[in-house]
Every structure is written in structure tokens, then in C-alpha cells.
Design a protein around this ligand. Sequence first.
Ligand code: MBD
Ligand code: FE
Length: 250
Amino acid sequence: MSNRLETVVDAIVEGVRGALRDNNVTMDEYRMAMKFMAETMQEGEIPLLIDLYFNTTIVEITNREREGSSNDLQGPYFLPDVPEVTNGKIKVMDEFGGDPMILRGQVSDTRGNPVPNATVFIWNSTPDGKYSGFHDNIPTDYYRGKLQTDEHGQYSVESTVPVPYQIPNQGKVGQLLEMMGKHSWRPAHVHYKVVKDGFHDLTTQAYFEGGDWVGDDCADGMHTEEFVMPHVEEDGKKVMEVNFVIDKAA
Ligand code: MBD
Ligand code: FE
């Protein structure tokens, strides 16, 4: 009798063994790879490494079974315990600069009805490409927050414009990409997670039309058309208007 854990682990092991055989991987290379994994672990970059290669595959599987908006990478930097933003502003560090940006839109169900009281988690990097709670000791109540949609299913909040994100190149994962001759950039993006009782969580990202690395993302993000947003500006502020359609859970 085989259980699911056994099925999946056996399949992964067979897949890796196949790659080792096909490439005649040597004992030295095997030891080097093991050392790389141990050091990546010590540096706390295992989530980054795993998300870089496999998050996109799980998203692909999720999207096969969902209606409504497309899911996209969650990435390694989501935090569930973040302040509720009630004054319309996500806290940012003034000394970090960055252009102000309004993030707004509507949450609706697959029949087009607005969904009030949905929780929208929003997080994005500093203008320097750092995530609070993970890099440079930036406190976790900055550059992230959660809000509730109003009676029309709408949300609106202000933050700053994110820039393309480069995987830290002092770290093991950045070094790996460099040694392989690959770039380590993701397009500028804003992360979202929409949560509402009775619905599947929607985890996705929005990107900027024409932005660098859209379509050439080191983490293979979806960049689906619905979330590559056109340039909109209002009163000199960038506007990221993103509507979400969430799928009822069975
Ligand atoms: C990120 O900021 C990110 O969003 C993903 C998916 C992977 C690495 C860094
Ligand atoms: Fe990110």
C-alpha cells in the first residue's frame, strides 16, 4: 500500500536520480552540491531557492483547478501577521524615497458580484529591492499590510512604487545563478493575497506594462495579461488598479 507522501517523494527521487545518471554527475560534484545546500540552509535561503524553481509549478497546478483570476507566485516573503491598514497608507520609510503609488481595485466573485469584507494582503519591496522582515532589519509593519474591502468590494491604499527585484547576490542563490550564467532579476511587482471565508485564497502579483524583465523572470512568474498593468497616473501619483475575481470554495 502506498500513500501520497511515498508516491510523491519516490517520484522526486527518481527524477533527480535520472538527472544525475544522464549527466554522469561525479562524487566531487555531489559533495559540492551537498555543501551548497548546507550553506544555503545556514544563510536562511532555502525558501528562496525552492520558490525560485518550484513555486511556479504549484501555481500552474492550482490554476488548472480554479476559476476567476490567475494565481501567481507567492514567493518567500509573505507574512500573515501584519497590521490592518485603516488610514489608507501602508507605512514606508521616508528616507528610502520612492515614488508614491495608489493601489486600488475591486474584489468580486465569478458571477460579477462585489465581495465586501474580503481581506487583501499587499506587500512589495522597498525602492531598494528589500522586503521588510527579511532584509536589513526593516520592521515588518513597513511595506506590507492587510485591508478589508468596503461594501462595494473595493480597496484603496497608498505605498511606494517597487523596482525590479534582484535576488541578493551576496547569498548562495544569487551566486548559483551567476555561476550558471543566468540573470537574477524579477520584474517590479506588487504581491497580493485575497482571503475570504467560503472562497479559495487568491495569491497573485501585479506587474508594470513595458517594465524590465516582464516575460524574462528568473522565478518564472505568470505575468498573465490581466495583471500586467498599464501606466496610469493621477495627480502625479502612479496608480495600480487591480481587480480580483475569487472562486467559491466547494
Ligand atoms: C521575490 O520577491 C519573489 O516575489 C519571488 C517569487 C521569488 C523571489 C523573490
Ligand atoms: Fe516578491
